[in-house]
Design a protein around this ligand. Sequence first.
Ligand code: PMP
Length: 404
Amino acid sequence: MTSQPIDWAERFSERMNRVRASEIRELLKLLDQPDILSFAGGIPDPGLFPAERIQADYAAILADPALAAQALQYSVSEGYLPLRAWIAERMTRDGMPCEPTNIMLTAGSQQALDLIGKLFIGPGDTVVVARPTYLGALQAFNGYQPAYRDLPEGALRGEPTDLPRGALGYFVPDFANPTGVSLTLEQRQALLEMANALDMTLIEDAAYRELRFEGEATPTLLALDIAQSGGVDNARTLFLGTLSKTLSPALRIGWVCGPKTVIEKLVLLKQGADLHVSTINQMVAHRAVSEGYDQHLHRLRGAYGHKGRVMLAALERSMPEGVTWSHPEGGMFVWIDLPEGMEGATLLARAIEEERVAFVPGAPFFAEVPSANAIRLSYSLPTDAQIEEGVGRLARLIRRVTAE
Ligand code: PMP
């Protein structure tokens, strides 16, 4: 008997309607050719991974029978207590006094975004995001069928908005992906005031906060919120941290910090999702950050700061009039606004073909009203020489396209 082919698409749940393959991930697959200079991958420079340190930490844990027994065993969904205590202390020093009970470990901050979506977003609920915003957050939230609203421009100047009450707001205040731009203190205050007035829940994604290479740190949204509300348990802001950009993304160590009432619910969701973050990875991460972490961060800031400045100088030297770009003080990204009418996606196809240079087109980073004439460049992976050569090629192409 021959059976009918199964129509899988028809069987998938309705929430899958918005879940699609990321254009960026599809595109990154094409970039393995060695002659392409790529500014596309926004991932840490592997040359900066503390591999020896991590090797020594795994070895020390596995060599000790009691530690090995613990490290290779199941553990609690909240996360390894010494690591949560280290995080709480570090956040307290960064203006966000909190206890280990305010913190839950997640498999990178990406999992925190998913669990937060599950906890807060029902079909049609409003999620407010920046224009543009982190694509991975949109991917995590999409499965919960939100209605997106772009943050109105005036909101950051304290102007009233037409946003509904009770929405979830997601923001990357420090060195955002994809723009590299940070919110000023005044903008953070305006955002918090808006959230207070509209009774919003704020998600602060601080993935790049530790990678400041210029200027002074600005208080986090959660710090401002705690100062006003009297404590993290009264705050409306959930803070997402990660060791992915500083130690290693493969360890999959991220966290949520927020009111205990919210953390308790997230712990139940985490339990249902995957029980807990890898015990041995949490123990290794704890050992790795317990000693010499600040020197390590100093080295990272030096390295990314250097490459960021090389890219900004190259853009200054070679880009034609009509092209503008962000001036990041940290993180891994520069956002380029192309001349009116020049599409990022079209430019990419030609850039790969004609100049063997790649980047990420800006359009997928917009949630509500798209904008096509922008691109994202990352300086985290290429060498100085590659940055200079690649920016030169890109500028040559933009000039050529403008002249056509
Ligand atoms: N937030 C932002 C803004 C990011 O850029 C990334 C990584 N691309 C993440 C969260 C997720 O990182 P991880 O899950 O490795 O912590």
